[in-house]
Design a protein around this ligand. Structure first.
Ligand code: DX5
Ligand code: ZN
Length: 231
């Protein structure tokens, strides 16, 4: 199992299964892992925070059964992540990442981020906070020392295959200066071999990839390019 807390020697590749062939999910995951992906990224959408619906705890349970030693990074694009902590932990998630935009800093009756981080940690999962492209990073600051991972969205969330938004690189550098060695900085959206070097130069050490990886003619070449994108 990947040790998320140890700074990686090269950028980690988080394969986002949103672009996998859902009818052959286990086979698809096996393939990207065999070609060098470091972890699996699972995008959960509730039809409210974003319009789309994707997958939930049963997908995590199935992946955990097939891949007992693979790190499962769960990105919750949902209005009430606090409703799902225990069920995702029981299903076998390793990282539970929720959006700053659903927290009380940004909306009435929003989620209490501090309490949620504590609950996530009580289950034994790592805690991640996600920030959308238009959101300034200031409200993240009080939580940075408690987080195991910060996820900077480099597209507006909701679907795969969108273009990378370079304006998020400033915010990424800002966050990088404020996190400790045990906190990973992940970037998600429009990551390709051509955009990854900028993401890594700004401080990202975990790269999420859906369409560029699952759509590649040679997946091992793409993963190798991501692993070398800091060189
Ligand atoms: C978007 C999801 C991403 C998405 C990335 O809302 O959070 O993880 O799958 O897709 P690509 O890599 O195609 O931009
Ligand atoms: Zn994602």
């Amino acid at each position: 199992m990947l040790d998320l807390k140890t700074p990686p020697t090269h950028p980690l590749v988080a394969a986002s299964i949103l672009s996998a062939d859902f009818g052959r999910m286990a086979e698809e995951c096996r393939d990207v892992l065999d070609h060098g992906a470091d972890l699996l990224h699972v995008d959960v959408m509730d039809g409210h925070f974003v319009p789309n619906l994707t997958m939930g705890q049963d997908m995590i349970r199935g992946l955990r059964r097939h891949f007992p030693d693979v790190y499962l990074d769960v990105h919750l694009m949902v209005e009430r992540p606090d409703d799902y902590v225990d069920s995702f932990a029981q299903a076998g998630a390793n990282l539970f990442a929720f959006h700053l935009e659903v927290c009380r800093e940004m909306r009435d009756n929003g989620v209490d981020a501090r309490a949620l981080i504590d609950r996530i940690h009580d289950t034994g999962m790592h805690a991640g906070m996600v920030i959308n492209p238009p959101t300034p990073p200031d409200e993240l600051e009080p939580y940075l020392d408690a987080l195991d991972l910060v996820l900077v969205m480099s597209v507006n969330p909701g679907r795969s295959g969108q273009a990378f938004i370079p304006e998020v690189l400033d915010k990424t550098r800002w966050i990088k200066r404020r996190i400790g060695a045990g906190t990973r900085l992940e970037m998600d959206g429009g990551i390709k071999p051509t955009t990854a070097p900028d993401a890594v130069a700004a401080g990202a050490d975990v790269l999420v990839t859906a369409s560029a990886l699952f759509g590649a003619a040679d997946r091992s070449v793409v993963i190798e390019q991501f692993h070398r994108s800091g060189e």
